[in-house]
Write a protein that binds this ligand. Structure first.
Ligand code: GTQ
Ligand code: FE2
Length: 321
């Protein structure tokens, strides 16, 4: 038997009275919302931006004098998008950070659900240990640490070793499945040191593959290869070579993108704003912002995007201009 429930709104005679009666029930009238919940096309939330490696590098050198890896598990500088209320994400779903490790240092192992990758900028002699495998890191290399893989870093170099990290942590924060765990032994024991691994894309292999890469007939990029297919379940990685003087056709995508300059100098236009760049600089290209790259010298751009997420969910769209 169900008890009769008092019809709370039977005496409600005005819309205002209806709204007032709904609010304490945590119900809103969908037709009377102050702001729309659907809009015709992606909004300009995150902004186009460029971080300069000369500034980032100098800041990392200072951080090297001021903090050790005992204090700072990772000596990383987060490249946050300069938009109201944000102090973490570089674009909506991804975060990029410059990281440094000093000669002789080790950075404790941990694991987390965010997928991560590193693009090595400078220094010979650093390594990362991923699930017990020691992997050497050299300039131009890309190394993956997918969801829940143990990873810690170390350096046997003479000088600073520097790289760019990229993680899908902002997406994981948004969707909630965040887990993080420090390694029970702090530093994971190295079991093997393989020369090759599905977690490494070597710079020399990238260059060799780029030699055979055909340009996009539509001109959206010149020679371009993908690292992995995709490299991570949420992040696709592309290396694109662009000859001096060439300009890509302006395009836009629902995918959020971070670009790091692997080689050369040039200028990009992102939603009407011009950004000049050289090696190590990082650009934020948020969803649906038009972008075109112009190379001043022969250039290689490393692009990281959330395209796999957009594709899997049926939201990947691209357009000209
Ligand atoms: O190297 O494990 O920049 O876990 C941010 C989070 C680097 C890392 C970052 C991380 C790492
Ligand atoms: Fe990590």
């Amino acid at each position: 038997m169900t008890a009769a429930i008092a019809p709370a709104f039977s005496g409600t005679e005005t819309l205002d009275a209806l709204y007032a009666g709904l609010a304490p029930l945590s119900i809103n009238a969908g037709w009377a919302k102050p702001t729309p919940s659907l809009w015709p096309e992606p909004r300009r939330n995150f902004v186009p931006f460029r971080w300069s490696w000369s500034e980032g590098r100098a800041a990392l050198e200072a951080a090297g004098r001021l903090v050790d890896t005992e204090f700072a598990e990772r000596r990383n500088l987060i490249l946050f998008n300069p938009v109201e209320g944000n102090s973490y994400a570089t674009v909506r779903t991804l975060i990029a950070a410059y990281q440094a490790i000093l000669p002789g240092e080790t950075a404790r192992s941990h694991r987390h659900t965010p997928n991560a990758l590193r693009f090595i900028l400078e220094g010979e002699g650093s390594y990362t240990v991923v699930d017990g495998e020691r992997l050497e890191m050299r300039p131009g290399d890309v190394l993956l640490t997918p969801n829940w893989c143990w990873h810690g870093h170390g350096s046997e170099a003479d000088g600073l070793c520097l790289w760019l990290d990229c993680l899908d942590a902002p997406l994981v924060q948004l969707l909630e499945p965040m887990f993080f765990e420090p390694h029970p032994e702090e530093y994971e024991t190295v079991r093997t040191a393989p020369a090759a691994s599905p977690f490494i894309f070597r710079w020399e292999d990238t260059l060799a593959r780029l030699d055979g890469a055909a340009p996009d007939p539509e001109g959206r990029h010149f020679g371009r290869i993908e690292l992995g297919a995709p490299a991570l379940s949420s992040i696709a990685l592309f290396m694109q070579r662009q000859p001096a003087g060439e300009r890509t056709r302006a395009t836009r995508s629902t995918a959020n993108q971070i670009v790091c300059v692997a080689r050369g100098t040039g200028r990009s236009e992102i939603d009407g704003e011009a950004f000049s760049w050289s090696r190590g600089d990082v650009m934020a290209i948020p969803a649906w912002r038009s972008f075109a790259h112009r190379a001043e010298t022969d250039a290689v751009l490393f692009a990281m995007t959330d395209e796999p997420v957009m594709r899997q969910l049926g939201w990947l769209r691209t357009a000209d201009g």
